[in-house]
Design a protein around this ligand. Sequence first.
Ligand code: AMP
Length: 525
Amino acid sequence: MTGIINENLYATLQAGFPADPAAACLLLPDAGEVSYGMLQQESARYANLLASLGVQPGDRVAVQVRKSPQALFLYLGCLRAGAVFLPLNDAYQRHEIGYFLDDATPRLFVCRPQNRALGDELAAASGVPHVLELADDGGGALVEAAAAQSDRFITVPRRSGDLAAILYTSGTTGRPKGAMLTHGNLAANALVLHRFWGFRPGDVLLHMLPIFHAHGLFVAIHCALLNGSPMLFEPRFDAARAIDLLPAATVFMGVPTYYVRLLAEQGFTRELCAGMRLFISGSAPLLKETFDEFTARTGHTILERYGMTEGGMFTSNPYDAERRGGTVGFPLPGTAIRIVDDGRTPVNGGEVGNILVKGPQVFVGYWGMPEKSREEFTEDGFFSTGDMGRLDRDGYLTIIGRSKDLIITGGLNVYPKEVEEMIDEMPGVVETAVIGLTDPDLGEAVTAVVVRQKGGAGEAVTETGVIGALKGNLAGFKVPKRLFFVDELPRNAMGKVQKNVLRERFQLLWLQTVKQKEVFNESTF
Ligand code: AMP
């Protein structure tokens, strides 16, 4: 490699490692510690193991395990060996795993010991040659095999356009799509975020996110590694545990649910956060209410950013200037955002439209889906995110929701967020999801699913009361035709409300409502 820069992401990250190999990288719950020197040695062992199994640069390694230091070594080992890391949410079951193995044809599948028999069966059916297990406590056949390998490995040279990872999108409709991310995509985003969020010597990251997703794996880990910082590396989010650890941290990254849960803890105080430099939120919308309450409680302003599996982070609220609640800030340096109508023509300033994005972090396409990949890009290289949003006069971007969640009722567009915000403001309401249910007459009927406070003002919240209060304030076609109450909204691991689950759950009830209406000919509908 003389004279040629190795564009392998690992080489980029490694440039940030501290000179002292004894410097801490992972601080573990049992008081154990992994130094940066150990991280290099362990990732070398995993890279050697992969090579010994015949994993060639470009081969996929599918991994469905719980978060552990060994899972991180494996990720870095994959990068170093030039393999393509393919993390899978551990909630996926037989049918889904089978699909991923068939689709991605990895050379190795790493699973939890309790899934070994299933892993063997599915791997045999998909022609995956190797299966090894990694236990939740960091033991297992994979770890034993790695321990027997040399702790030295020369990181395989990669070009920025070579694949580093495939992440299947958490898409709620259609076949899951494998977003192909290159070494260049990941490095570009890591370097920008590290600078933009002001990482500095002395930073300590409290890491409680899962690492099968871009947020925990790329955004959080890459920033810490590039900064040569220690991470308080926790297996999962736990509010009480976060309260114990925050005094030892300076940066925290979370999904909005984490912030809601922290605020529910009495011990979450201004004093506790006194040593913190930055709280970052993303992966799902942070309610303005949560943003404001957080500032009031801690004196810190949450920095909200926006991105997706298909490219990491696209926009961020500023580090040094006003962080505006309810918005996701500005395009990151080197990134362009365009808001367009359905014909991909830019809308007028301030209007809602589809969000397109272009930048060095944007993925190169979906694995094995060249047609689909082409459709999602414009001729001049902008990717259609599937999100809808609006740029305000100062250039801050507000996300309105996924375009597939847009409700078209009687031919008119309803953005769920507008209705959700109005209901959320009513006393006694905790939160709301507005969905469209298939309706024989309207195409889709606007429906609200509401979580009420237990007791107090919550008891006075009724279907007719909410609908009545909205009438007069919102155009009639936007007012929900029905309101259903639930104890909590279904969310995935990243805190996103699963509107598809709600649609499935309430579709039948809605059709029954329509039937009753026909029988009684009620005029209230
Ligand atoms: P994922 O690919 O799982 O990371 O999901 C990406 C999607 O999450 C985006 O397309 C948005 O719909 C949503 N999302 C991410 N960050 C935000 C945010 N700050 N506010 C609102 N939605 C967000």
